[in-house]
Design a protein around this ligand. Structure first.
Ligand SMILES: [Zn+2]
Length: 125
């Protein structure tokens, strides 16, 4: 009887250990994924800051050199902002659909990300 009881206890203990190992493995994968995503977010923030710096430099150059005025530049920004139908200080470019595989692609892509088919050029931008 004791032998049978020990066997059941060992079996249950092993099941608990296996579950704990799986949970630990899942937690490590999740932590690793979170670390990667935080790194990607940091990279994107750095790219946005760099782009912002370049845009500010270009705006100052073209206004100081007399190519355009700040008012004309702002009017152009507003006109481009409205191309997606909403004046919100951003430009949303809806994805296009690949004619071959029917998957969504960024409108500025020339070839499908998934199947490589040539995409129609877009005049949105
Ligand atoms: Zn495709």
């Amino acid at each position: 009887m004791d032998f049978l009881w020990d066997l059941i206890q060992q079996s249950q203990l092993q099941a608990v250990r296996t579950t704990a190992d799986l949970a630990e493995s899942t937690a490590k994968r999740t932590e690793s994924k979170t670390d990667r995503q935080q790194h990607q977010l940091h990279d994107l923030e750095c790219q946005v800051e760099r782009l912002n710096l370049v845009v500010i430099a270009l705006c100052e150059l073209i206004t100081k050199s007399g190519i355009t005025t700040r008012e004309t530049l702002q009017a152009t920004i507003d006109e481009i902002d409205l191309r997606d139908g909403t004046k919100d200080g951003r430009i949303h470019i809806a994805p296009s659909t690949c004619p071959q595989c029917d998957r969504p692609n960024h409108r500025l892509r020339t070839h499908c990300l998934y199947c490589g088919a040539m995409l129609e050029p877009d005049s949105f931008a």
